[in-house]
Every structure is written in structure tokens, then in C-alpha cells.
Design a protein around this ligand. Structure first.
Ligand SMILES: NC(=O)c1ccc[n+]([C@@H]2O[C@H](COP(=O)([O-])OP(=O)(O)OC[C@H]3O[C@@H](n4cnc5c(N)ncnc54)[C@H](OP(=O)(O)O)[C@@H]3O)[C@@H](O)[C@H]2O)c1
Length: 358
């Protein structure tokens, strides 16, 4: 496990070394908010410039968080991109268009770019299965489709970053269970439910991120992470049933012992943008850095190869152990290609204004 003090020092070194442009989705609460606060603190007063686009629903939450961030980082520019519902890919498109236009203006003659994209939009919600008007189960879309759409839409800006850009997606790396290859959208009545959404989100992140890393060598590093238990407001969401809230309240004294604080989780999630530990594939960057006496080695990619550009990790920044997930077998069977084709088709069909039914 990378020590917290190493994480802290390393984050300051990374985010003070050059001007940073970042995009956050899901940062009006919880882990995204904590990561945004960690970024503002890492940049602090010594950094060389910070511009952050925050896509979200609640302007008041943005204003409250940003007034704290501005205290930590007075030179920081924090821009709200309001979007009513990111489970709709059409809204993701609108938000990305707005970011692209704003960044072209804000870059003031420099190349418009994004150095870091951090996504944690999600709704811990036990409601019944419901498809969006675009045809995807809404929780699943928030966790997987909308996030990969952000990456694909912002690729020109991410590729314009001077050093390889970093993509972080916070949800459930290593939580693979069943994979329903004949129903990747999880429409069948027998495959619906939160556990299958969690499992598919983990598998599909791995395969699609590996595809993006291979398509963008030296340009893009992608990490998906399971944060472990972090006491955010997610457990009190309106969609969490009373019985769950009651059990959760009773167990709180015990669960508290097992949780990471939001502040530590934010710092550790930000660390996943370390170019030294999580380099882009074929990056020529130095692969080991020393912080005092502690080394930060290159992490193992989700394909098992060190530094391969797509990573599935836990909150401590270590590759998750998921041998049982059967990736080796699935890769031989061409499942990665199937997932990529499925994802790109969903994007294409929805972009054309049709409902996705596959
Ligand atoms: N906390 C944990 O222990 C834990 C553990 C494992 C996995 N996770 C996963 O990690 C992710 C982040 O967790 P968290 O604890 O930060 O959750 P959270 O506190 O509920 O924050 C979720 C964020 O997503 C946004 N969001 C929800 N629905 C949206 C929608 N339809 N359109 C746009 N934005 C939307 C929320 O916006 P608003 O502010 O507008 O509500 C908020 O900013 C989630 O996917 C969660 O399931 C969390």
C-alpha cells in the first residue's frame, strides 16, 4: 500500500509542477467532491494554475464547495457546467460541447486541453429497473455508458494535454461477478439488479479502458477504482430503502472502523493521476520515483502487464486481485472486442436520435 504521506507529497509535486486543466463529473457530493478538494489543496498557493470544469446538477452545492476550494487555491478557476441528468448521453454530449467551447476561450491562444478527467457520478438506489428515454437502464448508464461517453467526447482535449492525460472512474474495480454476454445491456428480467449492474460496470470498464489505452499510446492513462467503504451521503440517498438505512445506522460503530475518511479517499483517488505510478501505455516517462526514502513503482495494468495504460485498482492504488473474473478466457474469446463494439454502437444509435435496444 502506498503510504498516505507519500500520496500527499506526490500529489503536491504533480499538481504544482505545471498548469492543470481538469473536468469532474459527480463532484457536487461524496468522493468526487473529496477529490476536487484534494486537487485544490495539492495545487494550493504554489501551483502554476488550475482550471476545473465541474459538471453537475446542483449549483448551490458547487458554490459551497468552490468557495472552500478557492480558499485553498485562490488562483483556481472553477467553472460550473450545469446538466440536469448525466444518465442521458445527449446531456453528456451537451456538457462536453460546452466544456470544449469554454476551454477554447479560456486557453487564450494556448491549445485547449484536459489533463485530468475524474468521474464518480452514480446513484446508490434500490428502485426498480427503469430505462432512460435513450434505452439504457439509468443506474447502469450513469456508471458506465455516460462515463465512457465523457472520455470519447473529450478525447481531442485529453490528447492535447502536454503530458499523457489521466482518466479516473470511481466505482467497482474488482467487483466482477456474472457477465451476461448475450445481454450486455442487462434487459432480461432474470439479469436485472444492482449486483449485475456492478459486475457489468466492472467488466465493461476494464475492456473499454484497455481499448482506449491501446488506441492512445503515450497519450492516455485510465484507471478505474473501487474506493472501499467511505462514509458519504450516498447511503442516505432517497432511493435507499428504510430497512437498509436502519441496518446501516445500527452497524455504523462497526462500519466506521472499516471505512476510509472522505478526505483520505479524495487524496488517494487524486493520486491515481500519478504519471509515475499509472503511466500511459508505452509512455517514455521515468518509471520509478522516489519521495524521500519511499519509492512509487509503476502499477500492474488490468491486462497483467506493468504500465500498460489501463488499470483496475483499489483505494490504496494497488491492482485488484480478480483472477476468478476469467479475463484470460474472455480475452481469448474476443469479449473485449464485443464490449467495444457494443459500447460504440450504443453511442452511435443514441447520437442518431434513436432508442438503443440491443
Ligand atoms: N461511498 C462509498 O462507500 C462507495 C463504495 C463503493 C462504490 N461507490 C461508488 O462510487 C461512486 C461515488 O460514490 P459517492 O459516495 O461519491 O456517491 P454520492 O455521494 O451519492 O455522489 C454521487 C454524485 O453523483 C451525482 N449524480 C447522481 N445522479 C446523477 C445524475 N442523474 N446526473 C448527474 N449527476 C448525478 C451526484 O450529484 P448531486 O449532488 O446532484 O446529487 C453526486 O455529485 C458511486 O457510483 C458509488 O456507487 C461508493
Amino acid at each position: 500500500m502506498v503510504q498516505l504521506r507519500t500520496v500527499h507529497a506526490h500529489n503536491a509535486a504533480i499538481f504544482q509542477s505545471r498548469p492543470i486543466v481538469a473536468v469532474f463529473a459527480g463532484a457536487t457530493a461524496g468522493l468526487g467532491e473529496a477529490t476536487l478538494r484534494a486537487l485544490a489543496a495539492a495545487h494550493g498557493t504554489k501551483g502554476k494554475g488550475l482550471r476545473v470544469y465541474i459538471v453537475g446538477r446542483k449549483r448551490e452545492a458547487f458554490q459551497r464547495i468552490v468557495s472552500d476550494c478557492n480558499r485553498l487555491c485562490p488562483a483556481g478557476q472553477f467553472i460550473f457546467v450545469q446538466s440536469p441528468d448525466l444518465s442521458l448521453l445527449g446531456n453528456v454530449d451537451k456538457a462536453c460541447d460546452e466544456i470544449t467551447k469554454a476551454e477554447q476561450e479560456n486557453a487564450k491562444g494556448e491549445p485547449a486541453r484536459v489533463d485530468l478527467l475524474c468521474m464518480s457520478q452514480g446513484d446508490f438506489n434500490f428502485d426498480e429497473y427503469k430505462e432512460t428515454q435513450e434505452g439504457i437502464e439509468w443506474r447502469y448508464s450513469l456508471l458506465y455508458h455516460s462515463r465512457m461517453k465523457f472520455v470519447v467526447n473529450l478525447l481531442p482535449l485529453l490528447r492535447a494535454s502536454e503530458s499523457p492525460a489521466h482518466v479516473i472512474s470511481v466505482f467497482g474495480a474488482g467487483k466482477e461477478g456474472d457477465l451476461h454476454l448475450d445481454d450486455l445491456s442487462l434487459r432480461g428480467t432474470k439479469v436485472r439488479g444492482l449486483l449485475n449492474v456492478r459486475s457489468h460496470t466492472a467488466y465493461l470498464h476494464t475492456f473499454f479502458m484497455e481499448y482506449l489505452a491501446a488506441q492512445n499510446p503515450g497519450k492516455l492513462s485510465l484507471v478505474h477504482v473501487y474506493p472501499g467503504l467511505v462514509m458519504t451521503a450516498a447511503f442516505n440517498n432517497p432511493g435507499v430503502p428504510i430497512w437498509f438505512k436502519a441496518i446501516w445506522t445500527i452497524l455504523t460503530p462497526i462500519t466506521k472502523l472499516l471505512t476510509t475518511s472522505p478526505a483520505e479517499a479524495g487524496e488517494r483517488i487524486l493520486f491515481l493521476a500519478s504519471p509515475l505510478r499509472f503511466p500511459a501505455r508505452q509512455s517514455t516517462e521515468q518509471n520509478t520515483a522516489k519521495d524521500g526514502a519511499i519509492e512509487v513503482g509503476v502499477a500492474k495494468g488490468s491486462d497483467g502487464k506493468v504500465g500498460s495504460g489501463a488499470y483496475a485498482v483499489d483505494i490504496s492504488g494497488e491492482a485488484v486481485e480478480n483472477e476468478k473474473a476469467g479475463y484470460e478466457k474472455y480475452r481469448k474469446e474476443g469479449v473485449g472486442e464485443k464490449v467495444v463494439a457494443y459500447t460504440l454502437k450504443a453511442f452511435e444509435v443514441i447520437k442518431s436520435g434513436k432508442v438503443f435496444t440491443e
